[in-house]
Design a protein around this ligand. Sequence first.
Ligand SMILES: Cc1cc2nc3c(=O)[nH]c(=O)nc-3n(C[C@H](O)[C@H](O)[C@H](O)COP(=O)(O)OP(=O)(O)OC[C@H]3O[C@@H](n4cnc5c(N)ncnc54)[C@H](O)[C@@H]3O)c2cc1C
Length: 96
Amino acid sequence: MITEIDASRLLVWRAAWLAHNGGYQNAEGSQSKLKAGRTAVWVTERAMQILGGYGYTREYPVERMHRDAKIYDIFEGTEQIQQLVIARALSGMRIE
Ligand SMILES: Cc1cc2nc3c(=O)[nH]c(=O)nc-3n(C[C@H](O)[C@H](O)[C@H](O)COP(=O)(O)OP(=O)(O)OC[C@H]3O[C@@H](n4cnc5c(N)ncnc54)[C@H](O)[C@@H]3O)c2cc1C
């Protein structure tokens, strides 16, 4: 989990650095958004699993963290739209 979080954080920092230093080459912003959203969902799902029933129940905050994480796959560009942006940037083609 920490490895995935660190990898996502580094992608976000790379995107931020590029945004301030010449711009993106290969849709690095979308790459970071895609990866970090997926990581948030995966890590919070793993946290629920570790806690078993306590992870699932609404009495504890982890199920809420999992639902909150899922929105990062949807708003500010869904996963699929990030993939479209990345594919277009890499291929130069107008992929629909
Ligand atoms: C809580 C919340 C807050 C939001 N806040 C904002 C905001 O502040 N500002 C703002 O502008 N927007 C906001 N949005 C909108 C958000 O950014 C998404 O653009 C929007 O939710 C996507 O439209 P939709 O839900 O109608 O899904 P649809 O467009 O109907 O898409 C449904 C599914 O189909 C997929 N899909 C759609 N087109 C393609 C395609 N061409 N290829 C492959 N898959 C595709 C999508 O990825 C998605 O999984 C918010 C959404 C939510 C839920």
